[in-house]
Design a protein around this ligand. Sequence first.
Ligand code: PEP
Ligand code: MG
Length: 819
Amino acid sequence: MDARALGTHGRQVDELISLGLPTVAGVTVPVAEVASLTEPDTAGAVVELLQQLSGRTAGHGERPMLIRLTASAPVAVAGLPPDLPVIGLTPRNSAAVLDAVGDGSVLHEVWAGMLRMIGEHALGVPSARLGDLLLDLADPREQVPALLTALAHEGTEPFPDDTARQLALAARTMLARWETPRAARARRAQKLPPDLPLALHVQALVLGPWQDSGYGTATSRDAETGRFRPTGSFFRGVRRSAPRPPHAEDLSALPGGPGLLEHALLTLEQHFAGPASVEFELRDGELALLSARVEASTSARVTTCLAVDLVRSGARDEPAAVEQVRPSDVVELMHAQLSLTGEERELVRGLPASPGAACGEVVFTSDVAVQRAAEGHRVVLVAAETTPADVPGLLAAAGVVTTNGGLASHAAVVARGAGVPAVCGASALRINRTGDTTTATAGEHVLREGDLVSLDGRTGAVYAGELAITAARPPEQLNIVLGWADTLRRLGVRANADTGRDARTAVELGAEGIGLCRTEHQFLGERLPLIRRVILATDPETEGRALAALARAQREDFRDLLLGIGSRPVTVRLLDAPMHEFLPAPDQAEDEAAAVRAAALREANPMLGVRGVRLALLHERLYPAQAEALFSAWLDVRDQGVTPELEVMIPLVSLPAELETAARQVRASADAVAERSGVDIPYRLGAMVETPRAAVMAGELSRTAEFLSFGTNDLTQLTYGFCRDDVERRILARYQATGLLSASPFVELDTAGVGGLIEIAVRQARAVRPGIKLGICGEHGGNPASIAFCDRLGLDYVSCSPAGVPVARLAAAHAVSAT
Ligand code: PEP
Ligand code: MG
């Protein structure tokens, strides 16, 4: 029979018995029969049965059997009648019971509570009368005789001594209590039918000495370590749900020690395939279980350690263990967290742009961030938004907060790539500059340079002051689960990595290659002028000199990158610099001519201007210089025994002819290097699909492209016409609040719209070039739902930030099991 007949408790007890676990001797009266328990004859038969089960006798023996009556419904419900815990206790046997139990005051308190409830609901004594009586007499030892007298004089019948008749009255009490208007209202409030039935559970209460007996709750796992260790609370004495329970001790106080619970909890963990918790009783050293359930909310550490233990014990297989761990568990385990107490002052909440926690002194510029960090300070960079010029400060900072920009904005992308916690688009924070002084205000709170703040990149919250941080300590079990995930997934997992350091981190975290190296990210800090000079050059000689310097720097960077990733695939994207990110501010230009040229190049909408391949067509020697640097670097590392699989990628193409032109430039460079070195460098040439036109022309592009990578940040921006920097906070937050969108399309791929374009592109590309390599390198490459979509389309790989690689490995395995 199931919970509909037996109530949730009856079903659980059945389950415990079928597992061979010890339970309290008892009888469940099913839903359909509960009314019969109000009959003394039926109650008598139940008492008889209980005596046989428990080996004790009700009545007046030395250690008489008492009975507890509890109720449960077919579903979990708040507001069940409290237990009636000492049925069978009488003035005649109370001395023997007290002898056995050893603590009189608690027993009398429980007894008085039970008499009051039966008096009110089964014997018709007004509740107020019984309440007054209890208020007048503080000592439970005096309350019990007074209650018995009141019931005898004012009730419909005296409270009986006979256990079976007490049980029948107790059953009437439970059912009447369940029918009170208040109880029915409570069921309605829980959206449960007002006529929800009850099952009743009659349990033998075997009495034992106070010091050695009691009851409690235990869970199977230590939340801190994730390891199997019974933890919980133990209460001495007779179990009761009301009045207030006595002082709780931890399980080390359990007579016999917590080891008593190990067998039961291990059995249950394996049965549930989840962390188990039980309610138990202990009498005379004997354990009995009252209920068991799976712990619903549990820590990432517990989930991960348990998943591995279940495989090791043979209870589950590896795919089931991988399924059990959630992507959010991986994020939780891989990143530091703020230890919140609820007392902290939240200043502002922005977008959760890069996970992890950080505390530090507020700085308002990249230069100050670099300087203070070099002096050994932990800093949080607070800025309206960031540009490539700010990257050194961003990398030196413990955390970043921007007031503008979305989840695919420059600050968000760079911070995620570097593993720096970040909150973006915190628009309620206002940055004020007056003369040389900068402050930021959040409501009344003013932040000055040097003030301490803390941020949580998973929730987007920024707090005043320095909060405690719990460092990330992923358990070794996480690596084991991810290793199993690797054997299950179809999708490859690569990282978006721009430097040797990023590449090494990515490999450590399990990346199989680089899916996107944004070469413009190599021109940071002191190197920024190298790219500026190319963009601002007005004559071929100046441009030539600038390009030579740029190529020298890139060769060094590529060498480091290639050594970092080793003999794995690496997709290097040639320059895709939105102009505004690289043009100097008027007061930062090298000279007057540069300032004038920069002003002339400024665009009204840089995201739609001179970017990607367009830049290469305007500066025809730019891509050849980059390609030559890359091929030369490949030769350099080959001499050290490293042979990365080069993939040269052309960004932001829309016209097949744009791609062909850029491809000719790259091939010419490869030929030049081959002629010089005598080595034909193996490489593939491909295109990014970032514009809707590129998606619908993917077939044509694939005549030239040997691979395609979906740049879904720009593809989303251009498909919706949503600026990736501006809309997130102002528009998408509102769209989500009002239900127009369920998630930001910059976070979770819009499978219907943007995904529809990708599907067209995949179909066309495969028709023209069967077996063409296809990947995704927008921020969606790290998002589990988007990864599932990529798996359904049969893409070859996803590419995401190095820190996102473990999540992507797991999500890619989940995607397989979902199909
Ligand atoms: C993209 O547009 O998805 C992409 C990866 O390129 P970026 O973010 O550098 O524009
Ligand atoms: Mg792009």
